[in-house]
Design a protein around this ligand. Sequence first.
Ligand SMILES: CC1(C)[C@@H]2CC[C@@]1(C)[C@@H](OP(=O)([O-])OP(=O)([O-])[O-])C2
Ligand SMILES: [Mg+2]
Ligand SMILES: [Mg+2]
Ligand SMILES: [Mg+2]
Ligand SMILES: [Mg+2]
Ligand SMILES: [Mg+2]
Length: 551
Amino acid sequence: TATITRRSGNYKPSLWDFNFIQSLDSAYLGECYVKRASELKQQVNGMLQERAVEPVDQLELIDNLQNLGIASHFQDKIKQILETIYQRNYDINCATHQPNQIKDLYATALEFRLLRQHGFHVPQEIFDCFKNKKGDFKASLGDDTKGLLQLYEASFLLTEGESSLELAREFTTNLLQEKLQTNINDDNLSLLVRRSLELPRHCMLLRPNVRWFLDAYGRRPDMNPTVFELAKLDFNIYQANVQQELKHISRWWKETGLAEKLPFSRDRVVESYFWTIGIEPLEQGHERILATKIIMLETVLDDIFDVYATPEELHLFYNVIQRWDLESIEKLPIYMQIYFVVLNNTVNEIAYHILKQQGVVTIQHLRKAWMDLCKAYMKEAVWYNNGVKPGLKEYLDNAWISVGVPTFLYQVYFLVTNPIEKEATKYFDEYHNIIRGSSMIARLADDVATAGDELERGDVTKSVQCYMNETGASDEEAREAMRLLIWEAWKKLNTDRISSSCPFPEVFIQNVVNLARVGQSIYQYGDGYGYQHSETKNKDRIVSMLFDPVA
Ligand SMILES: CC1(C)[C@@H]2CC[C@@]1(C)[C@@H](OP(=O)([O-])OP(=O)([O-])[O-])C2
Ligand SMILES: [Mg+2]
Ligand SMILES: [Mg+2]
Ligand SMILES: [Mg+2]
Ligand SMILES: [Mg+2]
Ligand SMILES: [Mg+2]
């Protein structure tokens, strides 16, 4: 037979091999630490109960607890505090309603953001008092960097049609960028401004940024020692538990033999686990382990379709998967046989977990999630093999699925939703708007970061190139256009998630919105997933989150 020339992703081995992962150990698994943490939680809970506290101080405490990764321990109390503030200041149907008194931009924007984050839809008009008669934001606000930063952060919670928040985003972005050129006298503040201009808080994952915020919080004059000690302890206890799960996944991965039998594909246990951590809340360790297996198997499947398989092999493979026909795998090359048996085992394992937990049979839905993904992968492979360069819309209509996010979220839905409403699956047959929105953000972020390397080795034209082909734009202009599409997708996601027609439980909506943040985080500094550039800051973030305890 003619020698088959196969492409290669030139993927390096993982930075963290099996032995390294198995060697992970942490003192913070000890019971004494858990006990100390619960004492500190009591004290912090007391701080939240205090009546005499100024509203803005209470809001700052809540914001700090969130950024330190410990707000989840006080979720009910926080929701209650915010509900009271909402009813007092904004709910005209409420007896205690007093039209909003605060005229301070910092407090107004902080309150707006925290209330909206928790589902209280505060009107954008509360910022009108900071505008002049022409309807522009007053130039005098330029002296209030803290307030401008809060207004900047708040503006990213905008929903469709909220032009005032759109105006706030432009106003604050321009002013903050200017301020970075001159000197912002407060070092902490200029650090926060620089960081938020890179990626606003609303689009940022919490967990991978806890370590950074912990270090910054420890340097602040207004740092509260009790909060600080709890945050450090909670960080280390979380890290110790996560390391145990990572060891479990790493043993499973070795047993499958996929990295060894399919060496052309990416071997990324730790980075895959980052996706799972990012889409929290996934309460149970077992759910996190199963979710990570999905990401790892999507990665290998993507490399089979994008990099390694010949068109003939893909044709055979595609038909076997669409029929989910285990008996007919003999005609596949051995590497595909191995993959498909591991995939089938994992789908059965997930179906079994859900059947045992809830008595619901999901096997057909789980298989459909993978069949849909292969349809999207196959479409790209056919385009590539036939030299077809799709238009941007034609490409994206398929690529929000080929990025693997709907397949992942479809299965996460079954893992986290209890009870599963029988008719819920119809929301996945066409995939609900919020699934599409989150997937689109991940896809666009992925393309901006990975398309260069992918096209070098040979792959379907990605959104950046489709845009360049259609408009004659330069590479940099096309990337900027994709970044604008990401902001548009966020605005639509912000809108769809609060619309009454959104059928999903709040927990799953958080998983969906956090997935978009995972996409923006993993690819924030280039391809933080596929390539093991030592200078990828994503690597540093992973090390500080998973491997280095805080002193
Ligand atoms: C988990 C994933 C998001 C999905 C499979 C591996 C990924 C990291 C990404 O990898 P990539 O090769 O960049 O996807 P695509 O560009 O080939 O669709 C697509
Ligand atoms: Mg490999
Ligand atoms: Mg790929
Ligand atoms: Mg692909
Ligand atoms: Mg890619
Ligand atoms: Mg890639």
